[in-house]
Design a protein around this ligand. Structure first.
Ligand code: FE2
Ligand code: FE2
Length: 225
């Protein structure tokens, strides 16, 4: 993977540094019972040893987080493109949104009343997760199978118009997210959890925009005018 967080995979990097820079890392640390917040200044290797877990296993889990924007070439054939969208975007949203919701709930609770707290962010993310899930299910169960079956050249105008309309709603959610978080900008002195949350939000924003771009501008025009 080619994220800026690559440099942090050295075992002397602290779990706090990794949690703040690598979206999804907090979920991995939580699963292994490693404290990335209060004991965030502990090196990855030491933190794993203290918890009695194999550091190599933790590193594998961090590497496997997957990065939807990792520069992998986008396939051109329709079936392969659909597979790519589902694997790189649908599955990534499903994996990452629940952790973002947990982090947002934590930040809103622990820092309630402080300047810059994104009040209402967890609720917005819950709404996004729910609406995205319904939208992606429609694509996976109805639209994409029809595209796979037909190949190309067939018109699927009505379902595609519906999906485009829902993409507009997702874009509106991203604008709300931007407004709530001051353009996903951390306030001075933000804690590790807050940093991890905003790194994850930046990735969500990038992934969702790329996801919608691939459908609206690359896949859908093959089946509609
Ligand atoms: Fe999609
Ligand atoms: Fe979509």
């Amino acid at each position: 993977m080619t994220t800026p967080a690559n440099d942090l995979f050295a075992r002397h990097a602290t779990v706090g540094e990794i949690a703040a820079a690598l979206p999804g890392a907090t979920d991995v640390f939580r699963r292994f019972g490693m404290d990335f917040c209060c004991k965030g200044n502990v090196a990855l290797e030491d933190s794993a040893r203290q918890r009695g877990v194999d550091v190599a296993e933790v590193e594998r889990a961090l590497s496997a987080l997957g990065c939807a924007s990792d520069g992998e070439a986008v396939p051109t054939a329709t079936t392969a493109l659909i597979d790519h969208i589902v694997a790189h975007y649908h599955e990534t949203h499903r994996r990452e949104l629940p952790e973002l919701i947990r982090l947002a709930q934590q930040v809103e609770k622990v820092h309630a009343g402080k300047a810059g707290v994104p009040a209402g962010l967890a609720a917005l993310l819950e709404r996004m997760a729910s609406e995205l899930e319904q939208h992606m299910c429609k694509e996976e169960l109805i639209l994409f199978p029809a595209m796979r079956l037909q190949g190309g050249g067939v018109r699927l105008d009505a379902p595609i118009a519906c999906m485009r309309h829902e993409h507009d709603d997702h874009g509106e959610h991203l604008r709300e997210l931007d407004a709530l978080t001051n353009g996903i900008t951390l306030p001075p002195g933000a804690c590790r959890t807050w940093q991890a949350l905003y790194a994850g939000l930046a990735k969500l924003n990038e992934d969702l925009m790329q996801h919608i771009h691939l459908e609206n501008n690359v896949l859908f025009p093959r089946f509609s005018t």
